[in-house]
Design a protein around this ligand. Structure first.
Ligand code: HEC
Ligand code: HEC
Length: 234
């Protein structure tokens, strides 16, 4: 008799837990997302939560406050003039971090980041660059995706030699130290192209290569190119 009572009690408990789990329905995903974080556990069972620790890159990205300016996903930055860094090439990303740290890249709003990367070691930068290239942003879309291959900006992109270095799709550069530019915001592209043209951004021999062709584009054309580049998926 006593044993039966125990079984009944257990059944009630199990049913209770099960209905609790199913009642919460819609908010469940929301709560799990909170628990998992962006890069947390995928394995979440009923009644227990297994939180898989963040990868070293993801951990550094948060610990070093990169997310405050570049967003948790590396896509939506604090300001529209900030770069989209998710899925940027590893070697390029590493070089830019070093250049911003050393001050050899000091254009635009680089100063904002310089203060933060001051005490980051080269080893940490390597981990961060790998994370940026392979993990950050997951497969979230980058670039508006509304590409018009006949728009004035698209035509300029083909005729002003941009494809020679950045690739036809704006994300297959000829060298791994060259940037993937697809999906950057128009504001960021305008800033960078203007700075490369004026010489304000002159952090590498490679950037000097691009400066050499900048006489081919006017301010209006830079704006058209920027509009187009922002539509191309990365
Ligand atoms: C205070 C804001 C801020 C913080 C914090 C910050 N950044 Fe940046 N970062 C910027 C800005 C602004 C730029 C672009 C500079 C410019 O205007 O030319 C940039 C540029 C970059 C670039 C080069 C992008 C490109 O396309 O050339 C990389 C890579 C990068 N940041 C990674 C990081 C990482 C990793 C961290 C954390 C260790 C970090 N940033 C922290 C603001 C920030
Ligand atoms: C000779 C090669 C070359 C050509 C041609 C060239 N670029 Fe570049 N571009 C580069 C390199 C290299 C960089 C990055 C420099 C560095 O290392 O900091 C760059 C940087 C950029 C950036 C900034 C990317 C970032 O993440 O900060 C944009 C935007 C850009 N190029 C657009 C263009 C457009 C548009 C054209 C055509 C008008 C063009 N480029 C032509 C080599 C080139």
């Amino acid at each position: 008799m006593k044993r039966n009572l125990k079984i009944v009690q257990l059944c009630v408990l199990v049913l209770g837990v099960a209905s609790l789990a199913s009642c919460s329905g819609g908010d469940r995903e929301e709560r799990l997302t909170k628990i998992r974080g962006v890069h947390g556990a995928d394995e979440v069972g009923r009644g227990y939560v297994e939180v898989i620790p963040l990868s070293p890159g993801a951990q550094l990205y948060r610990d070093k406050t990169c997310n405050t300016c570049h967003g948790d996903d590396g896509i939506k930055g604090l300001l529209p003039s900030y770069p989209v860094i998710a899925r940027q090439g590893e070697e390029y990303a590493l070089q830019q971090m070093k250049d911003i740290q050393s001050g050899s890249r000091a254009n635009g709003q680089s100063a904002a980041m310089k203060a933060v990367v001051q005490d980051i070691t080269e080893e940490e930068m390597i981990i961060l660059a790998e994370y940026i290239a392979n993990e950050l942003g997951g497969d979230a879309p980058i670039g508006t995706g509304v590409v018009d291959p006949e728009s004035p900006g698209a035509v300029l992109f083909r005729t002003k030699t941009c494809t020679a270095c950045h690739g036809k799709d704006a994300k297959s550069p000829i060298l791994p130290t060259y940037p993937r530019i697809a999906g950057h915001t128009p504001e960021y592209v305008i800033q960078q192209m203007t700075d490369i043209k004026s010489g304000d951004r002159a952090n590498s021999m490679a950037v000097m290569g691009m400066k050499g062709i900048m006489h081919l584009v006017t301010e209006e054309e830079i704006a058209l190119l920027a509009e187009y580049i922002s539509t191309v998926p990365r």
